[in-house]
Design a protein around this ligand. Structure first.
Ligand code: SR1
Ligand code: MG
Length: 403
């Protein structure tokens, strides 16, 4: 856009001051405001702004990847994040920061500020109990995906969502490369701990693993199931006192529900393998069953009870045929959970061997980090090598992670 320029704190203050409702929210005048840059993710600049009356959060796209300015990138990601946020706050109110403003020329998104929240990655490293968060995110994924699927909204609305979000090709390309492809062949962006060398060779050559990856690539592109967050790792969840708020919907797209569920599950798996004690590892890995149960309970409840003003709501279609309804629901849910286990494995693989790693292992010694990453990668390879039993091993209904 001809009007785009990278903002600095003074430029941001001018933009906010020009919008009366944002100026009122902050109170006072720009000299009374403190603006703190808190950019943490890989892609954008983020500031927290505090004034005498209130606060807000501002996020601007950069024309490149923030952590690698040589990697050029179109600016449109905040457009998709703004749209995702507005869709999501309508179906999961209070579980995302409130949308306040979007400037389509500056690619500047303004939301409510999550004062005193920290990323879930940081909270888990500090020893926070994962159980309430796993339950909340299971609930969140179910609400957000069900009500943005053909069962929870009209197919006309789904067509609108699909038309818009299929335009998010820039960030979907990143997912295609970094999650779905690069870790399975030698690529200059890949890097990994030397303790993983033999396993990485397997990732590059093993036919069983490549068969599973091909299947999951097919699920990713042909399962037009719901509007997804698209990057739901522990850095996309902010927490405070056991409450969570989901941010960073810039990777949003229409795809398989299991992609969101699996990516979040992978964060819990990785945090567990990096844990300081066996007890803590078990606590983190046991929370996967809570995530799974909370997702399914909410999803099935919405499925059975939704009274949408359209003809594909199951309760409307077959209200008195509960047995048939429940069989169909079981089939749909089993497919979601199977997808989730496969995508969780792919997310673990790429966070250990691809471009963008997880910070969970950073506090360990080099040797301990290698050992734990090796265990985590073995687990992911085991899931990919036996996809039909992967859901049980991940979520606790089969022998796997759980005690
Ligand atoms: C170049 S972006 C790398 C990663 O950061 C984002 O949060 C996504 O997870 C992406 O894959
Ligand atoms: Mg992000």
């Amino acid at each position: 856009s001809a009007h785009y320029r990278q903002l600095d704190p003074a430029g941001l203050a001018n933009q906010l001051a020009a919008l009366p409702f944002l100026r009122d929210r902050l109170g006072g005048n720009p000299p009374d405001w403190t603006i703190r840059e808190v950019s943490d993710g890989n892609l954008n600049t983020v500031w927290l702004v505090h004034g005498p009356a209130g606060s807000l959060c501002a996020k601007q796209s950069l024309p490149h990847v923030r952590v690698d300015p040589s990697w050029k990138m179109p600016l449109d990601r905040t457009t998709f994040e703004a749209a995702w946020l507005r869709e999501t706050e309508a179906v999961a109110p209070g579980m995302v920061p409130p949308f306040l403003h979007f400037d389509p020329h500056l690619y500047l998104l303004v939301t409510g500020c999550l004062d005193d929240y920290v990323t879930l990655t940081e909270a888990l490293a500090r020893g926070e109990n994962p159980a309430p968060i796993a339950r909340e995110i299971g609930f969140f994924i179910a609400q957000n995906t069900f009500h943005h699927s053909f069962r929870g909204t009209s197919f006309e609305n789904m067509a609108r969502l699909e038309g818009f979000f299929s335009g998010n090709t820039t960030l979907t390309r990143i997912t295609v490369d970094l999650v779905l492809t690069d870790p399975y062949h030698a690529h200059p962006r890949n890097h990994f701990h030397p303790a993983l060398t033999t396993l990485v060779e397997r990732l590059h050559t093993d036919g069983l693993i490549h068969g599973a990856v091909c299947h999951l690539q097919e699920r990713f592109f042909t399962t037009r199931q719901a509007l997804l967050h698209g990057d739901l790792h522990s850095g996309s969840v902010m927490v405070r006192n056991g409450k969570s708020s989901v941010i960073d919907g810039e990777f949003s797209l229409i795809g398989p529900i299991g992609f969101d569920l699996g990516m979040f599950a992978a964060s819990l798996v990785l945090a567990g393998f990096a844990a300081a004690s066996e007890e803590r590892r078990q606590e983190l890995h046991n929370s996967l069953a809570l995530l799974h149960d909370s997702f399914l309970k909410t999803y099935c409840h919405e499925w059975m009870n939704h009274e949408g003003a359209h003809d594909l709501s199951p309760s409307f279609l077959m209200r008195d045929k509960l047995e048939i309804l429940s069989q169909q629901q079981k089939r749909e849910c089993a497919a979601i959970v199977e997808d989730a286990a496969g995508f969780a494995a792919m997310e673990i693989v790429r966070r250990l061997t691809g471009y963008a790693h997880t910070p969970h292992f950073e506090t360990l010694s080099q040797e301990a980090s290698g050992d734990r990453q090796h265990d985590a990668l073995c687990f992911a390879i085991d899931l990919l090598s036996d996809l039909s039993n992967a859901a049980g091993k991940l979520f606790g209904t089969g022998s796997g992670l759980h005690s």
